[in-house]
Write a protein that binds this ligand. Structure first.
Ligand code: KG4
Ligand code: ZN
Length: 361
């Protein structure tokens, strides 16, 4: 508590960003420090889990101090510590969670474990505090592609998911095959602006009628095959055209399925979430599609679309308001399910009960 304001800290370390933020009264972001490991993993063409864990271990105390300093608060003034407990890379999650538990224990603060995707969805509230469940959300990240009904701040129903690659994963693979390197999404986004989105007609995969599931591996393989055939013929396709055409194919499916989900659920708007939601063409196409049917569109600020501590702080703030806490039993869950797994983070859930053998000695 500082000047009568409730302070929530959010800690995120599920992949390659060590990020900590301080949020006042669930509205004002006092700090949002992000230490990215992009430069470290660039040399390997993707995130190397063990290297990510080691960098979190190294960076987290400094990110923590900077987040407090920039917010102008001391750890004693923090009221709640929120931390991503899954899904994500196990070792990376362990670093953030172990640090959060140590900080909570040392400073005597309550702890709240947060689902990473719940955090991505809650990032919308930082720009749109008026947004209240229920609403529809399109989640597009490096590990997830889902249409989600947000029934409450801590209650989600998954309406459709990818059956193979997540859309961010497809972006990253296509970027590699056209020679752009890691991280692929933002590079494809930038290059595509100089290309013709209809130069090559890559496959649009809708799956069986009525389903809200996705599949992107066919489109991705289409790009890989196209590049290999061109290479065999000694041709050099224009990378900007390939990027723009690939992007158009996957984004068309994303937008159309989202509109179908609006039809099915009857919601009046959709909130985008996850790293791919900062894609400029997706933002453009969703804006057009929503405007055409008079639907609302919520999008986080681009910097809050990719992994950050602010979204975790916001999700923890909402959980605290609902009275949903974790305790020092908090474990990490690399494959944590958004619809059925949230209870694993709650106080009293002890995945590995301790046994005391003292009496037997
Ligand atoms: O949400 P996020 O930061 O991490 C996960 O939870 O996975 O998403 C990362 C993904 C990566 O695949 C990255 O390439 C993609 O988001 N991404 C983008 C853009 N910025 C990040 N994809 C397309 N266009 C972008 N501008
Ligand atoms: Zn993420």
């Amino acid at each position: 508590m500082k000047d009568g304001r409730q302070l929530t800290m959010g800690i995120e370390s599920s992949c390659d960003e060590t990020a900590i933020a301080v949020l006042a009264d669930g509205r004002e972001l006092l700090s949002n420090v992000i230490s990215s490991q992009i430069k470290v993993h660039e040399a390997y063409g993707g995130v190397v889990p063990e290297i990510a864990s080691r960098h979190h271990l190294h960076n987290i105390p400094f990110v923590f101090k900077q987040a407090l300093d920039e917010a102008g608060v001391s750890v004693d003034e923090i009221d709640v510590i929120g931390v991503t407990a899954g899904p994500g890379l196990a070792g990376a999650l362990l670093m953030g969670t172990a640090f959060a538990k140590a900080a909570a224990m040392a400073a005597g603060k309550p702890l709240i474990g947060v689902h990473h995707i719940q955090g991505h969805i809650m990032a919308n509230l930082l720009e749109h505090p008026e947004l209240e469940p229920p609403f529809l959300s399109l989640v597009v990240s490096g590990g997830h592609t889902q249409l989600v009904e947000v029934r409450g701040y801590n209650e989600f129903k998954v309406l459709g998911s990818t059956r193979d690659d997540a859309v961010g994963e497809a972006y990253d693979k296509v970027a590699r095959v056209i020679g752009l390197g890691y991280p692929g999404g933002p590079k494809v986004d930038r290059l595509a602006r100089e290309g013709d989105p209809h130069a090559i007609e890559f496959k649009r995969v809708y799956l069986e009628p009525g389903t809200l599931d996705f599949s992107f591996s066919g489109t991705k393989t289409g790009v890989i095959n196209y590049m290999h055939s061109a290479e065999q013929r000694g041709e050099h396709p224009k990378a900007a055209d390939v990027a723009a055409s690939f992007q158009e194919a996957v984004l068309e499916v994303l937008v159309e399925k989202t509109m179908t989900a609006l039809d099915i659920t009857g919601y009046s708007g959709v909130a985008m979430a996850g790293g791919v939601s900062c894609n400029s063409r997706l933002r453009e196409k969703m804006t057009e599609a929503c405007a055409a049917r008079g639907a609302r569109l919520w999008m986080p600020f681009p910097v809050l679309c990719t992994d950050n501590g602010a979204m975790i702080a916001m999700a923890a703030y909402k959980k605290a308001q609902l009275g949903i806490w974790s305790d020092l039993h908090l474990d990490v869950w690399p494959g944590l399910d958004l619809e059925t797994g949230l209870g694993k983070l709650d106080a009293g859930y002890d995945a590995h009960p301790a046994r005391s053998d003292a009496r037997k000695l």
